[in-house]
Design a protein around this ligand. Structure first.
Ligand code: ATP
Ligand code: MG
Length: 398
């Protein structure tokens, strides 16, 4: 039943045939042993990145200095990383130096939690010096080695502990939790970009309620912009939120004193997130005005955001609804999907009122036409629109 790993085992076999060692490591082994779906498969190897590039035709170096090469095999990408140890964490930043080593157990020792420090050979055997499999069975998150030392080396690991609790519904082992409570203030030294990645995963985890609770009890929350002022452990959404746009919309819609703009700025979120957030907020406000999902709402909202709208709606209404299908059906019934499909365009408007100077009246009229056609108040018919424009509201001639 190692089926999901078969293609990865072939990658390993190739490295072994070239005289090296390789194992599946990290999240894939952890998720497999926990009985949850496996995502990306990472491979650790005794061979140098240069050797890996020689062994595989399709190999892309992505961080030679960290020892990572992406190998493509049967249309799937694998991150193949040379065994390494990390030394000298100055200022709680990334390690000063990485050193390649020949022994997998040394590589496992640098990993954050015992559940993440298990290697699987191509026969399915485990190399598990820190008893990670036992920790998985006991649903326990515990640091490899001394928790305080590990958190001081890299305080992001504290966020990761909470993230794994949320994803796996595991508890944090006592010594690890004590260190976390004591050292949570070190999070201030970590870049907001790295914190944002883990925070998003906490909200998306199946036990996000546990995750949000832990952010509060550990004190980590005090170092999260905006969220630190909210009772995130009490005001828990009804379902997981996937992506920052959903998280931001969830809070901004409930707390009018919050600004989405500010939220995105303090978390240094991407332009893409910004775009999605604005769209989602607009859609939800449309819903609030009409108390209904309207044609205009569906028209304005990108199809890829339908699931987001659905989840946001569920979270805000404390009920589990799936609106995806209803939204799709409404979309299929829309008279147009884009304003370029209007039979009557700006040039037609200019022709009709050729004596008027160009001005904002053109776009205002076009917006009105678009709205009327989308909502079904007006047919998308050239003659009818023309007649309507002429009859009802010719722009002021002054
Ligand atoms: P996911 O399923 O989200 O990818 P993952 O456990 O694979 O989870 P990654 O961030 O992809 O997480 O990291 C891969 C592995 O690298 C981890 O399982 C862990 O062994 C190690 N690792 C990652 N980040 C750290 C860290 N900050 N400190 C120590 N080890 C780490
Ligand atoms: Mg991973």
């Amino acid at each position: 039943n190692h089926e999901v790993f078969e293609p990865a085992f072939e990658v390993i076999q190739k490295i072994e045939e070239a005289g090296g060692e390789a194992y599946i490591v990290g999240g894939a082994v952890r998720d497999y042993l926990s009985g949850i779906p496996v995502n990306d498969i990472d491979i650790a190897t005794s061979e140098t990145p240069e050797r890996i590039q020689e062994i595989f035709e399709k190999a892309i170096p992505v961080g030679i200095e960290h020892g990572t090469v992406i190998v493509r095999h049967r249309s799937v990408s694998y991150e193949v990383t040379t065994y390494r140890v990390e030394e000298g964490y100055e200022d709680y930043r990334h390690p000063d130096e990485v050193t390649f080593v020949r022994d997998i157990t040394l590589d496992l020792a640098r990993r954050d939690f015992t559940i993440n420090a298990i290697a699987m050979s191509r026969n399915g055997n485990l190399i598990d010096p820190y008893h990670g499999h036992d920790a998985i069975r006991k649903e326990r998150i515990e640091a490899v080695g001394q928790p305080a030392e590990r958190f001081q080396e890299d305080p992001l690991r504290m966020m990761r502990a909470v993230r794994f609790a949320s994803q796996l519904s595991f508890h944090i082992e006592k010594k690890t939790e004590e260190a976390l409570n004591r050292l949570s203030h070190l999070l201030q030294y970590i870049s907001i970009e790295r914190i944002a990645v883990e925070t998003e995963k906490i909200f998306r985890g199946s036990d996000y309620a546990l995750g949000l609770h832990l952010l509060h009890t550990t004190g980590l929350k005090n170092h999260l912009p905006i969220l630190k002022d909210l009772d995130i452990h009490r005001n828990v959404p009804n379902s997981p939120l996937v992506g920052w746009h959903e998280i931001i919309a969830f809070y901004v819609l409930q707390f009018p004193q919050l600004s989405a703009e500010n939220f995105m700025k303090s978390w240094k979120l991407s332009k893409d997130t910004k775009k999605k957030t604005i769209q989602l907020l607009y859609a939800y406000k449309q819903y609030e005005i009409e108390k209904n999902v309207t044609a205009w709402l569906v028209y304005q909202l990108d199809e890829e955001l339908f699931p987001s709208f659905s989840r946001l709606f569920s979270a805000l209404h404390q009920e589990d609804v799936n609106l995806d299908k209803a939204l799709m059906e409404m979309k299929e019934r829309l008279p147009i999907l884009d304003k370029r499909e209007l039979t009557f365009q700006a040039k037609d408007l200019l022709q009709l009122f050729s004596d008027l100077p160009k001005g904002s009246w053109i776009s205002e009229w076009m917006d009105t036409i678009e709205h009327h056609v989308v909502t079904g108040e007006m047919e998308n018919d050239y003659e009818k629109i023309k007649e309507w424009v002429r009859e009802w509201n010719p722009p002021a001639r002054n």
